[in-house]
Design a protein. Structure first.
Length: 245
């Protein structure tokens, strides 16, 4: 296996780094399914690219909410951003997970098999109640496609592809030129909380991060009032305008 991986990187037409990564990931999955430890094959470590997350502005979030015509889509975007949910988490929401009186959402057995509670906006509470009254979901908050029979019941949750399509298509309709995806709404949630003065430990708990290092990446993109960066060009224009130059 190690010779094979070495050969991948030494060929004249070297495959992309992404192909190499997925080859290693595939071998790891094989070891997992066979009940073997990862060091059984001594697979190479894959370094993560050190890229900062792309953030949507509050104005862009508002444009997406205003652009969405279906109430279901407004609620979906509102939960992804307003609660910082992962795609899997919003798909797994059940009616029993919503506590309207305490304005909380119970995220059950998410990544790392952990539960957590996330504050629910009063605006979302009103919207979700209206959505439930109109759509009458029985179990999952967001139902999937009918089961195929004529007039059949909805027997599944919203698909991952469906959630992703809603986010990307509405962002495009809203005129946002960034390549918007579902996790970008979660990135924006964390960044905006830090900008609002919420301490990083609280943000870590709200996101469900096991390690604080995963949360600290948002410190590189948030703009707190006391550390708001500026361009020196602004001072040049201000100085010249005062002197009449």
């Amino acid at each position: 296996m190690k010779d094979y991986l070495y050969e991948l990187q030494q060929r004249s037409k070297t495959p992309s780094q992404t192909y190499f990564k997925h080859t290693v990931y595939g071998l790891r999955f094989l070891l997992k399914t066979e009940g073997l430890a990862y060091d059984h094959l001594h697979l190479p470590a894959i370094k993560r690219d050190k890229q900062l997350p792309v953030i949507l502005s509050r104005e862009e979030i508002w444009r997406m909410l205003q652009t969405a015509t279906l109430l279901k889509h407004k609620i979906l975007i509102g939960l992804l951003y307003g609660c910082g949910l992962r795609c899997m988490e919003v798909r797994n929401l059940r009616l029993k997970d919503l506590d309207f009186d305490r304005k909380l959402v119970h995220i059950v057995q998410s990544k790392g098999n952990k539960d957590r509670y996330v504050p629910l906006s009063a605006h979302l509470v009103r919207g979700i109640k209206k959505y439930i009254s109109a759509e009458h979901p029985a179990d999952w908050l967001f139902n999937g496609q009918p089961n195929g029979r004529s007039g059949g019941d909805f027997d599944s949750r919203y698909s991952q592809r469906g959630v992703q399509w809603v986010v990307t298509s509405i962002a495009r309709q809203a005129g946002i030129i960034k390549e918007v995806h579902t996790h970008m709404l979660r990135h924006s949630y964390a960044t905006h909380l830090l900008e609002d003065g919420v301490n990083i430990i609280t943000v870590q708990k709200l996101l469900g991060h096991a390690n604080i290092e995963n949360t600290m990446v948002y410190l590189h993109v948030c703009q707190t009032p006391d550390q708001l960066p500026h361009s020196p060009l602004d001072k040049v224009f201000a100085l010249c305008s005062r002197t009449g130059k």
